[in-house]
Structure formats: C-alpha cells, structure tokens
Design a protein around this ligand. Structure first.
Ligand code: ADP
Length: 461
C-alpha cells in the first residue's frame, strides 16, 4: 500500500479507524447483551410453560395427559396462550412415545435425554427445513422414577431474525458513521493545518536575498499560532543578523580600502620619477605607517570575528590589581610623552576568574582610547569591589562624547565625527564590550563634552 503522506489524510484515517473500532466494540456489546436477554427470555418462557403443564397433569384423572378435553376449563386458556406464542407442548411417555402434542412442532418430538430425572435445555434442528428449535425436556418424576416427559419447544428463527436485523443496522450505521467521521476529520485537519502549509511556503520563499517574508498569522493563542509567531521571531533575528553581517562586510572592506589606497598613492608617487633618498625614506615611513594601520585593522577584525562565534575563554584566577598595574606601567611612558598624568587607585588585591590575555586587551583598548581622546590632564584608573563584581573605572579629562553618540560607540566601526582626526578603526570598543560580555560582565560609559569620559567595567568575581 502506498504510504499516506499528508498529515491530514493520516489524521482522517486514524479517526475513521478509531471510530470504527469504538463502534465495533459498542455494537458487539449491544449484540451480546441483546442476544443473551432474548435467548434467556425464550428459555425462561419454555421452562415456565413446561412447569405449568407439569402442574396441570394428573389433577383430574391421574393420567399423564394435559386436561385438554375439558374445553371450557380456565387453565386451558394458558395452553392456548403458549401455543399462540409459538410454543409446542408435548407429553412423552417414559420411553419417549408421544402421548399428547399441541403446537406447530407437534409432529416433531425429539428423543428424550438419556439421563432421566433431570431437566435439560438444548437447541436442535427441525427435521424439515433444519430450522433451529430450542427444546426443554422436563422429566415427570414419581417416587424417584421418571414416568414421562413434558417437552416444550419454540423456534429460534424470530430471535435470530431480530439479531440479524440488529447486526445489519450496526454494520451499516458503523460504516456510515466512521466514513462521516473520516470526511469530517479530513476537513477539520485541513483547516487546522492550513497555517502549516503557509509556514512551508514562506520558508520556501526565504533566501538570503529575501529575508523580509513573515507569516503574520492572527494570534489565536493555539499551538500553530505560537509556532508561527516563533517562526516570525526567528526570521526577524536571522534578518537582523544578516543585515549586521552585510553591514560589517561593507564597513570592513571600506576600512581596509583606506590604508590600501594610501599605500597605492604613495607607491605611484615615488614611481613616477626619480626621487631623492630623503623622499624615498619619507615614502617608506608613510608606507610603514599604513602597513601598521592595516595590520592593526586586520588584527582587530580577526579578534572580532573570533568573538562573534562565542569566546573560548582561558579562565584562571587573576589578581586584577597586578594585571592593571602591569598595563598601566606599560602605557605610562607614552602618556608621559604626551604630558598626561596616569593615576592609579587600586586595592591591594582583587581576585577574579578570567582570561588574562583578553583582559589585558580590554584595558589596553580603554586606556588607549583615553589617551587618544585626551589632549591634556589626567587619566585615572581605579578599581573596587561591589556586590560580587569587580568594578574598574577608566576616567579621562578629554574631549568627551556628545550624548547623541554615546549609545552607538560600542557598535562596530562607529566613530564620533570629532574623533575622525585621531587614529582608530572604530572597532576597539566593540571588542572591549565583547570581552566583558564573554566574562559575564558589562561595560558602561558616561561622558560630558569638554569634561571627559569614564568607562566602567563590571566583572563578576
Ligand atoms: P576608535 O578606534 O575610533 O577609538 P573605538 O571603538 O575604540 O574606536 O571607539 C569608538 C568611538 O568612541 C571613537 O571613535 C571615539 O569617537 C569615541 N571614544 C572612545 N573612547 C573615547 C574617550 N575616552 N573619549 C572620547 N571619545 C571616545
């Protein structure tokens, strides 16, 4: 059999089979109960008739015969009633010879049982048409001996007909009902599953070039609507991610082009004509500077790209005070050259768990920025412990960041217009934030134009 592929058809099939099984069980139960009660009622009537006949024997004349002769005796009416119900009454002698018989099967006495003294109910087939007949044999016992038999019998045809009609009705009814349930199930499942088809079609339409497709199904609160909403949210996230990547690639190539263009220009200039050694040296210096810039940019791009995939931090117990002192010491000479005073206010020890290399990169980036955007004054580096966090502040007295730019400075390649003149790639703070987040901490900035900027790093301990 070909496999049924659609969920809808499978659901309808299961529903049909389930209803069919249920109706079959119900029908079986009804049939069983009814047949038991019909057969039981027929048996009871046969036993009752036999007992009544038995009671009427020998009342008048001591013979084994039913008092049929007294035509107007009231108890005869009962025999008539039995006969009208289709019962046959037969009196048999001890040897099974018919003494008296009334009713439709009066010419068909059945052999009496071999074991006398005991009554017996059984089903026999009539001699002519083989019609099933229920027969009750009641022995007439006297002084511990069987002297004759009362045999009552009735055809089972009417009971079997009734049961046959019931079976037909059940069969047709169950078939029709299951079919109806199957068709209804097919349509209902179709309705319920229609949104899934929509999801499939939308998913098919989606490509990296076309990520704006949405399902926008009405919110009915059911499972499918929740699935659709989740699908839309996922699409939105993917779209944002793709947009970011696209933007990043565009920005990166733009940034890479700048030093490359500068290098190309320098090279073309020196190659156009013969230059003096001093000019060549100058050109080489310029080239070296651009190469440094390119190198730094590529390094930062690599660092960022690695961070995007989630960091593999080499965590260890670190005394942050020692680390900060080292970083400060390495930068102090450059700061002093520029006439800037670096002040440290650090606790004797501040232990955290973190990645030494990444943390050094983080603080060098922040201190480097403070140095780049400060003309004169002080840069202060302070640390303290606050509620399970180590908080490190890097404050400068530099140019500051206008409030409209402040929310964007952590974005990749974002640079404040006024800072364009300073060397930089616009990636430093993105990397800094990535490192802090990888450590489970956060990085904030406060700034006032002309007054200075403070970056606060919170690292969990
Ligand atoms: P950049 O390489 O340009 O410094 P960053 O990502 O480190 O890139 O910083 C982004 C921008 O934030 C900088 O271009 C600058 O405008 C601003 N900025 C960062 N640090 C400071 C600071 N200490 N003082 C003033 N402006 C800052």
């Amino acid at each position: 059999m070909k496999r049924i592929r659609t969920l809808r058809a499978r659901f309808a099939l299961w529903l049909t089979l389930l209803i069919l099984a249920f109706l079959a069980a119900l029908g079986g139960f009804v049939h069983f109960t009814l047949s038991r009660s019909l057969y039981g009622a027929l048996d009871d009537a046969l036993v009752l008739s036999a007992k009544q006949v038995y009671a009427s024997l020998r009342e008048d004349d001591g013979s084994l015969l039913m008092p049929l002769a007294a035509a107007n005796a009231p108890d005869l009416i009962e025999f008539d009633a039995f006969i009208q119900r289709g019962q046959t009454l037969i009196i048999l002698s001890q040897t099974g010879e018919v003494l008296q018989a009334v009713g439709p099967f009066r010419r068909e006495p059945f052999p009496v049982p071999l074991s006398p003294l005991q009554s017996k109910l059984q089903t026999r087939a009539s001699q002519g048409k083989g019609e099933p007949i229920r027969v009750y044999d009641l022995p007439i016992n006297e002084n511990g001996q069987t002297v004759g038999w009362v045999q009552t019998m009735q055809s089972l045809v009417s009971v079997e007909d009734a049961l046959e009609r019931l079976r037909t009705a059940l069969l047709i009814g169950s078939g029709l009902l299951s079919l109806l349930a199957g068709v209804a199930g097919y349509f209902l499942a179709g309705r319920a599953l229609a949104p899934i088809d929509k999801i499939t079609n939308t998913a098919r339409r989606i490509s990296t070039a076309e990520l704006s497709a949405r399902l926008n199904l009405p919110d009915t609160g059911d499972e499918v609507s929740r699935l659709a909403a989740t699908f839309d949210e996922m699409l939105a996230r993917i779209e944002t991610g793709f947009d970011r990547e696209r933007q990043f690639t565009a920005d990166a190539s733009h940034e890479l082009r700048t030093p490359l263009t500068a290098m190309k220009t320098i090279l073309e200039m020196v190659r156009t004509s013969e230059r003096s050694p001093a000019e060549y040296r100058g050109a080489l210096d310029d080239l070296a500077e651009e190469t440094d810039r390119l190198h730094a940019l590529v390094q930062e791009l690599l660092q960022l790209a690695r961070g995007e995939g989630g960091w593999e931090l080499q965590r260890e117990e670190i005394d942050l005070t020692l680390l900060l002192v080292d970083v400060a010491d390495s930068l102090r000479p450059v700061m002093q050259n520029k006439g800037i005073d670096l002040r440290c206010d650090l606790p004797p020890s501040l232990i955290i768990s973190g990645d030494t290399d990444q943390l050094i990169r983080l603080f060098v980036n922040l201190l480097d920025n403070a140095l780049n955007y400060t003309e004169k004054g002080i840069i202060s580096l302070s640390a303290q412990q606050t509620e399970g966090y180590a908080r490190i502040d890097i404050a400068d007295t530099g140019i500051g960041i206008p409030s409209e730019h402040l929310p964007h400075i952590f974005e990749r390649f974002y640079r404040v217009e006024s800072a364009r003149s300073a060397r930089g790639t616009g990636l430093g703070l993105s990397i800094a934030r990535q490192i802090v987040q990888a450590h489970g901490g956060r990085l904030t900035a406060q700034s006032e134009v002309g007054q200075g900027t403070t970056f606060s790093v919170y690292l969990p301990q």
